[in-house]
Design a protein around this ligand. Sequence first.
Ligand code: HEM
Length: 579
Amino acid sequence: MEDTTIFYSSVSLLFLIFVFKLWFQPTARRRKNLPPSPRPSLPVIGHLHLLKHPMHRTFHNLAKKYGPIFSLRFGSRLVVVVSSASAAEECFTKNDIVFANRPNLLLGKHVGYNNTILTQSPYGDHWRNLRRITTIEVFSSIRLNMFLPIRRDETKRLLEKLSRSSRKGGFFKVELKTMFSELTFNIMIRMVAGKRYYGDDVEDEEEARRFRKIMKEATSYGGASNPRDFLPILNWIDGGDFTNKLVSLSKRIDEFLQGLIDEHRIKKAGLESTNTMIDHLLSLQESQPEYYTDQIIKGLIMVMLLAGTETSAVTLEWAMTNLVNNPEVLEKVRAKLDDQVGQERLIDESDVFKLQYLQNIILETLRLCPTAPLLVPHISSDNCTVGGYDVPCDTILLVNAWAIHRDPKLWDEPDSFKPERFETREGETRKLMPFGLGRRSCPGSGLAQRVVGLALGSLIQCFEWERVGDEKVDMTEGRGLTMPKVDPLEWPPSLPTKGQEVKSTSPTTSTPQKEANDQMDHDQIQIHRDPSRWLGIWMWLWRCSGGAWCLGLASGLRFSSSRSFWIRFSGGGSGGCGR
Ligand code: HEM
């Protein structure tokens, strides 16, 4: 009898627990007011089947249907996509700390030293320390000014390269993408290690080739759209192939970066520079070896190279494309340049700050073509609300800056390239977010604006750029984290014929003395209209007789150095391109 009572009591208790759960669980679920989501979310893969490149366009289309805050499932992970300025602001003001983390993705795990590098590191003391180091060692005004000669020299080399080709007369199809990548990679690697790895004047070709290969591979991975990050079963299906590739890449990167550090540590003979980021970090290592480990230094170098190069190169490419597609803007900025800088000297960074219209062109390029259209993925470290919706802890946040920059509620004629909109700067620039917002926003924006401003200003000042025919240069975006153009512009590299090389007197690597010389060299660069005065040691960027045109074929731009400029390189006439 007693047994029966116990049995019935137990069953009743279980039943009560069951009813209790049934009653309360749906309420709890109902209380979770998640952002709207497309239906159906398929078993196992969720909404991964909806992801089509370019992702920012796919998300923009979904936002038209589900609103500016919607949610998706990437496998089992919840993802919230935000496409309005007000929601983005809410994420990075009220919820800034909650979203200050990064999701744990395969790339960060295997290549980013187990998510300890600045871009991937979780929010906390380690991340704060890395931000502090980069602010002092790379992004402070003192450091940016110290590295100015490098930016000048690399920009000058770009001009030389273009002018060498234009000496053959006529106009040329030019592959700007590669040239801009070379420019930004060389600037960065010279700041970091005092070396050049791209272009003609490379000291160790084998080392440079290794570096280029590694960087190409590293930049081909990225973003938050790798299905393997969300469906671990895929790694099992491909036999771990993808993971093995990442592990192999990370080994090669690590070996390469360690080599650079060791070289500086033993002050390798022939290494000219002692004033690089590596040297500064090694000095810190001497005083605080437990924190400034080799791994921390390698991580910082990697971040500078991966986050600070393609972004600026792609921005330059988009800026040039926008200019040739809008020749009236090009004419206007050239007139302003002639007016404010003139043709007696080459534009310098200090001019760029004063050339408001040039700055507006860069802002307008970043508005229409933000190189990180979905910023960099964030993840919530706590429950929070955005736009009245619940966002649970551990949700990936993607902000569609591309869509926000084209929101007709925010911008007049949102799809038009109109730098004039920033003439009333205050209000308009605050609506932009190409560098992100909040505490995880880009620390390199100042450096990027300097690199892009000087290169773009110089290209406009020294060459004529035009489109062939009426057809505009294709603006379609390609795949990749940095929103490249789908159609990289091609230029068959034409080697200078013997006796035509331009030998720059500028050093390849930087030392304080050489940087000072560099500074002098730049001050002495002149643009002149009378060739007879500068024969031999000056580089001639001349007007081609038919004048004025460069142009875009369906797949490219062409240029011709049709302006009557002479650029003088001081300090010796060893080379020159005298005709
Ligand atoms: C036009 C050029 C550039 C653009 C458009 C750009 C854009 C961005 C964006 C959108 C983010 C992510 C913000 C977020 O998480 O919401 C970011 C992060 C970052 N950028 Fe840039 N960037 C550029 C150039 C640079 C340069 C030149 C450097 C360094 C040399 C750099 C270093 C970084 C770093 C280290 C982060 C990660 C910050 C963190 O997680 O705390 N960027 N950038």
